[in-house]
Design a protein around this ligand. Sequence first.
Ligand code: SAH
Length: 227
Amino acid sequence: MSFQADVVTLFPELFPGPLGASVIGRGLSEGLWSLRATQLRDFATDRHRTVDDTPAGGGAGMVLKPDVLAAAIDAVSPAGDERPRLLMSPRGTPLTQARAEQLATGPGAVIVCGRFEGVDQRVIEARQLEEISIGDYVLAGGEIAAMVVLEAVVRLIPGVLGAAESHQEESFGDGLLEYPHYTRPQVFEGRDIPPVLVSGDHKRIARWRREAAETLTRARRPDLLKR
Ligand code: SAH
């Protein structure tokens, strides 16, 4: 069974968007994963197809209504659906490569995209939504965040990237940032490729890469070394 992604959004026309391009898009057309974007507004019950309302307690903005959102979630993910239900949220657990790997080995994901001020807290609890953040900044909506999650996950599905692709060597795969890359020409604007990389000595190359990865990680992301 391939990875099945469901996205609940007020802007289904944004999908697949960038997820339709390159290897991720090829994986989609080859059936290595599937994507369905569902219009939240279709689950509104009033004449005006209302999806949001003013915040209880006052304040700026609008909040997505729990009843409409719950109906949409129940429609795309009926009882017995084993897929995790994610809510894109700046308050969520930061997305990590480890979580992406877990999701990639699972049956798929149901992803809810917030808009306006966000969603009513009660639907988060009632539908056990796992809040996921893509970083410490605020977007206007969850759609691009959902694409980030899906792109990070789908590229890990076997067959989506080249066959022998090793994810272990990438940034975060072993808890480190990746070493720097070089390719021809041998000299670019007076800068050489580090000689060890053209030495053919695979042991020395591996050691150089390991050391470069550690130096980079220590300088830029010491928090990764502590984890
Ligand atoms: N009032 C909220 C921000 C709402 S932004 C707050 O201060 O926390 C509107 C929607 O964009 C959110 O519901 C969420 O779905 C999405 N969003 C914004 N920033 C995000 C982030 N860093 N990660 C994931 N989703 C985000």
